[in-house]
Ligand binder design. Structure first.
Ligand code: COA
Length: 158
């Protein structure tokens, strides 16, 4: 496959410390702040995989399963799940970690679709991706179902 890259070549890990201006009035991380970190981590992953400008086309529903407290660390891990034609799905796993006792909790998984574009914002072909591990292969298969659901929703909206 020409221009194909392994998933591992563009995995991005980003770690943040939850500071007072990232929290609400009861000291919990704001959902919007987390979404910003998710978008940035995923954007870097998409651009590193494709070596092209990538724009966010959509973000799937994000559920907040556990809150993250002021003073905790937040780790985000982004990887390419699957490349379609000009678009690709990036998955981001988010973990909260208490720096007091080392407890680490998986708080979210987000799926974002990025589109590679040229200098005029026109979609262009993205590099293929090669899943190698069992997890990467599972995500590759599951990404196709999510894309089908997205495209169905998109056609309903138009
Ligand atoms: C994303 C964008 C480039 C798509 O352009 P478009 O003219 O609609 O392109 P197309 O209909 O030809 O679709 C191109 C690809 O995007 C995918 N796509 C478009 N909208 C999508 C959506 N809402 N969700 C998922 N995928 C989407 C298509 O499935 C297609 O993928 P494929 O080539 O892999 O099959 C364009 O809508 C855009 O520039 N949007 C603004 C992006 C932006 O500014 N983001 C920053 C934050 S808001």
């Amino acid at each position: 496959m020409a221009n194909a890259k392994k998933v591992i070549e563009s995995v991005i890990t980003k770690t943040e410390l939850v500071l007072p201006n990232n929290t609400n009035h009861i000291g919990k991380l704001l959902g919007g702040q987390m979404m910003n970190w998710i978008d940035i981590c995923a954007t870097i992953c998409a651009a590193k995989h494709s070596n092209k400008v990538c724009v966010t086309a959509s973000v799937d529903r994000i559920d907040f399963h556990h809150s993250i407290d002021l003073g905790d660390a937040v780790s985000l891990v982004a990887s390419v799940n699957r490349v379609f034609n000009t678009s690709m799905e990036i998955g981001v796993k988010v973990y909260g970690e208490s720096l007091k006792d080392g407890t680490r909790t998986h708080t979210n998984t987000a799926y974002l679709t990025f589109v590679c574009v040229d200098n005029n914002g026109k979609p262009i072909k993205a590099n293929e991706v090669i899943p190698e591990t069992e997890d990467e292969k599972r995500r590759y298969i599951q990404a196709l179902q999510r894309r089908d659901d997205r495209l169905k929703n998109r056609s309903k909206e138009n």
